[in-house]
Design a protein around this ligand. Structure first.
Ligand code: WT7
Length: 665
C-alpha cells in the first residue's frame, strides 16, 4: 500500500478546485452535460461566428457503425492567434509579460509583453502572406527554444496555415521525411543554437533535409526562412570565426527572417477559421516505423488547452509558469504556447539545458523568475537527483506551488525527491498522463483537490471517461489492470492522421470498437487511483521520447552487414528505458567494435541522438514463433540477464536461447 499525500493548505487555499468532492461534482457535470460545463470558457473566447447551441460535441467512436469522427462546435468561427493575443490586449493585459526568455548562456535573457508579441506575430504573419502562404498550407518549423518559434506558430495560426513543428534534435533524414510527408511549402529555422557547450548548426541540417526531401521524396520546398540567432547570443564554446560562411546558403530559396519582416505592418487581419479547421499537425512515432501526423483542429483544442492549463496547474492571475519541454513536442505546443497564452499567463521559455553552466540551472531560474508552477519530465528529475542535493539547496524555491511531471510513469523515488526536496512538502505534484493524440492532459491529479500517490496518474480530467478493458474488450470495474481506453471524446482529442484517416481508424479504434485505444496499460487500485503501467504495443519511451522498435530495426537493417535486427527496451536508471538491439549478421560479416560504433552512428544520423542504442548485441538467431513473429518478451529477459524466460512452448527453436545469453556483452 502506498501512502496517500493530501494537498497542503498552502495549495488548497484559493485553489480553483479546493476539494475532492468539488472535483467529483465537476467531473460528473462535465460528462452529463458537456455543453453547459464548457460554456463558461467558451464564452471567454472571441467568436467571429458564435457556436450554436446543441452542437457542442458530435462524434462517432464506434467503427462498426461507420467512419470515426469528432466535431466540436463545428460551424462556429474564430482565430486562435486573435484569442491568444488581441483578446488579451483588449482585456487590458497588453503590458503584461507573456514570456521571460532565458538563453542557454545566463547572460542572455529578454522578455516580451502581450502587445509586443501581438505586433511581432502580425508582422511575421504579413510576411508569410506576402510570400504566398495561405489557409491550409503546411509550414515545417525546425527551431530552438526562442521567441521567434512562438511568433512563427502563432503567425501560422493567424493566417490559417498549419504548422508542423519538428523537434530540433531530429536528424536531417527524419526532418526530410516529415517535410515531405506533409508537403510543407516552407521551412522556418534558425542559423544555429547552443545546447550547453555544444553548437548546433540547424540551418545546415535543414538545408540537407530540404535537399533530401527533393531527391528522396520528390518534394520541393519553395522557401527557407532563417532566424539570425547566433549573432545575438553569448558564445558558450568554440565558435569558428567564419561560421557565417559555413551555412549552405541558397540565395534563391533562403531568406533571413529579419529581412522578411522589415517594414511589415503590425496590423494583420486574422483568417477566420471554422472550429473544425486544422490548427497544427505534429508527428509522433507509430509502431510500423512510419511517423504519424497527428492533426489537431481549432476550437476544441483551444478550449481544452485553456481548461487543462488553468485547472491542472491551478494558474492564478499573476503566477509565473514554467514548462521545460521543447516546443518540438506536444507538451511544448499545449503548455509552452497555447495553454498559457490562452489564459493570459506569464511563462518562462528556456533555451538551455539543466546542466549548463552548472547543475543548478533549473533551480536558479525558479528563483530568478519566482516560478509558481514548474512542469518537467521524470527523466530530468532523475538526472538532477543524481547531481546531488546541494545544487538544490543553493536556492530558495519558496515561490513554487505546483510541480508537474509528464512523459512517462514517474518512479516513486523520483516522486519523493521532487515532493520533499524541490517542493519542501508544501507543493502538489501533478502527474499528468496524456499523449500527442490527446492534445492535453487526460489523467492527472488536481493541485488543491485530489490526494496523491507517488507514481499514480490519478483521475480523469473534466470531460474524460477512461475505461480499463481486459483482452476480450470487457470493462473492468473496480480494482484491476488492463488496456487503457476512453469511451468518448473530449474537445482536445486529435481528429485524424494527416492524409491517412484509415490508419487513424485502424491504430486507435479497431482493437476495441467503441473506444479510443491509448496503447498504454493501466490499473485501478482499491482507492480508485489510476496508474499508467506503460506501453503495451511495440513502442519504447526513452527519456520521454516515444519511438517504435520497428523504426530502429528498420535503420539497423540498412547496414549491408545486417540481416535482421530486433530491438527491445531495457530499463534504465535515468532514461527510464533504453534501446537494446540484437543483430543477426550476413555471411562473412564480422561483429566487432567497429560495427557497433557504426550501427550506433547510423541510428543517430537516421533518427536523432536521443535514439542512440545503449547496447548492440550479436545474435546467432532470434527467438521466433512458428509463424515467424519475434518473441520480444524473451529478448527483454536476455537484455536483463534474467534466465527465467518463462513459457517457451510456442517457440520454433528453443536452442537459440542459451546462445543469446552466451553472447550478452
Ligand atoms: C506516451 C505519449 C504527453 C506528452 C509527452 C509524451 C507516456 C506520458 C505519462 C505519465 C505514464 C506517460 C505514455 C503515453 N506517458 N505521460 N504521466 N505517466 N506514462 O507524448 O510522445 O505522445 O507519448 O507517453 O506511454 O502513451 P507522446
Amino acid at each position: 500500500m502506498s501512502r496517500v499525500y493530501q494537498p497542503s493548505d498552502h495549495v488548497v487555499e484559493n485553489s480553483r478546485v479546493p476539494s475532492f468532492e468539488k472535483y467529483k461534482e465537476m467531473h460528473e457535470k462535465s460528462l452529463e452535460d458537456p455543453e453547459t460545463f464548457w460554456s463558461d470558457i467558451v464564452k471567454e473566447f472571441y467568436w467571429q461566428k458564435r457556436p450554436q447551441t446543441g452542437n457542442f460535441l458530435r462524434y462517432n467512436f464506434d467503427i462498426s457503425k461507420g467512419s470515426i469522427f469528432v466535431k466540436c462546435m463545428e460551424g462556429a468561427e474564430t482565430n486562435i492567434s486573435f484569442n491568444l493575443l488581441d483578446r488579451n490586449v483588449r482585456n487590458g493585459n497588453g503590458d503584461k509579460i507573456a514570456y521571460y526568455w532565458e538563453g542557454n548562456h545566463p547572460d542572455d535573457y529578454s522578455r516580451v509583453t502581450y502587445k509586443k508579441l501581438m505586433d511581432r506575430v502580425c508582422q511575421f504573419a504579413n510576411a508569410l502572406r506576402e510570400s504566398g502562404v495561405g489557409k491550409g498550407d503546411r509550414i515545417a518549423v525546425y527551431m530552438p527554444m526562442i521567441l521567434e518559434t512562438v511568433v512563427c506558430m502563432l503567425a501560422c495560426a493567424r493566417i490559417g496555415a498549419i504548422h508542423s513543428v519538428v523537434f530540433a534534435g531530429f536528424s536531417s533524414d527524419s526532418l526530410a521525411e516529415r517535410i515531405a510527408a506533409c508537403k510543407a511549402k516552407m521551412v522556418v529555422t534558425a542559423d544555429g543554437a547552443w545546447r550547453g557547450e555544444k553548437l548546433l548548426i540547424l540551418k545546415n541540417i535543414c538545408s540537407e533535409a530540404i535537399e533530401k526531401s527533393k531527391r528522396q521524396h520528390n518534394h520541393l520546398v519553395s522557401m527557407c526562412i532563417v532566424v539570425s540567432h547566433l549573432d545575438r547570443v553569448t558564445p558558450c564554446g568554440e565558435l569558428p570565426d567564419d561560421y557565417n560562411d559555413m551555412f549552405h546558403w541558397n540565395p534563391i530559396r533562403d531568406v533571413w527572417w529579419h529581412d522578411l519582416v522589415e517594414g511589415q505592418s503590425t496590423i494583420c487581419s486574422p483568417e477566420w477559421m471554422d472550429a473544425e479547421d486544422p490548427l497544427f499537425m505534429l508527428y509522433t512515432s507509430g509502431s510500423t516505423g512510419k511517423p504519424k501526423g497527428v492533426l489537431h483542429t481549432t476550437a476544441g483544442y483551444l478550449l481544452y488547452a485553456t481548461a487543462t492549463f488553468r485547472y491542472v496547474f491551478d494558474y492564478r492571475g499573476n503566477d509565473v509558469f514554467w514548462c521545460t519541454a521543447d516546443v518540438g513536442w506536444i507538451t511544448g505546443h499545449t503548455y509552452v504556447v497555447y495553454g498559457p497564452l490562452a489564459n493570459g499567463a506569464t511563462s518562462v521559455i528556456f533555451e538551455g539545458t539543466p546542466f549548463y553552466p552548472e547543475n543548478d540551472r533549473y533551480w536558479s531560474l525558479v528563483d530568478k523568475y519566482n516560478v509558481n508552477q514548474f512542469y518537467t519530465a521524470p527523466t530530468a528529475i532523475r538526472s538532477l537527483t543524481k547531481c546531488g542535493d546541494h545544487y538544490v539547496k543553493m536556492n530558495d524555491l519558496k515561490s513554487l506551488r505546483v510541480l508537474g511531471s509528464v512523459g512517462e510513469p514517474i518512479n516513486p523515488e523520483a516522486w519523493l525527491w521532487y515532493y520533499h526536496l524541490i517542493g519542501s512538502g508544501r507543493c502538489s505534484i501533478v502527474d499528468t498522463f496524456w499523449q500527442t493524440e490527446t492534445g492535453g492532459h487526460v489523467l492527472t491529479s488536481l493541485p488543491g483537490a485530489t490526494p496523491m500517490k507517488p507514481g499514480a496518474a490519478g483521475f480523469p480530467f473534466f470531460g474524460v471517461e477512461p475505461r480499463i478493458l481486459n483482452e476480450d474488450g470487457e470493462v473492468i470495474e473496480g480494482p484491476g489492470e488492463g488496456y487503457l481506453v476512453f469511451s468518448r471524446p473530449w474537445p482536445g482529442i486529435m481528429r485524424t492522421l494527416y492524409g491517412d484517416h484509415e490508419r487513424f481508424e485502424t491504430v486507435y479504434f479497431s482493437k476495441f470498437p467503441g473506444y479510443y485505444c491509448t496503447g498504454d496499460g493501466a490499473k485501478r487500485d482499491e482507492d480508485g487511483f489510476l496508474w499508467v503501467t506503460g506501453r503495451i504495443d511495440d513502442m519504447l519511451n526513452v527519456s520521454g521520447h516515444l519511438m517504435s522498435t520497428a523504426e530502429v530495426e528498420g535503420v539497423l537493417a540498412k547496414d549491408p552487414r545486417v540481416t535482421e535486427a530486433a530491438v527491445v527496451s531495457k530499463p534504465h536508471p535515468i532514461k527510464g528505458e533504453s534501446l537494446y538491439c540484437f543483430i543477426i549478421l550476413n555471411e562473412g560479416a564480422k561483429f566487432d567494435d567497429e560495427l557497433i560504433d557504426c550501427l550506433k552512428k547510423l541510428v543517430r544520423k537516421s533518427i536523432g541522438a536521443f535514439a542512440t542504442p545503449d547496447v548492440i548485441q550479436y545474435a546467432p538467431g532470434l527467438p521466433k514463433t512458428r509463424s515467424g513473429k519475434i518473441m520480444r518478451r524473451i529478448l527483454r529477459k536476455v537484455a536483463l540477464g534474467d534466465e527465467a524466460v518463462g513459457d517457451l512452448s510456442t517457440l520454433a527453436d528453443p536452442t537459440v536461447i542459451p546462445e543469446l545469453f552466451k553472447y550478452r556483452p
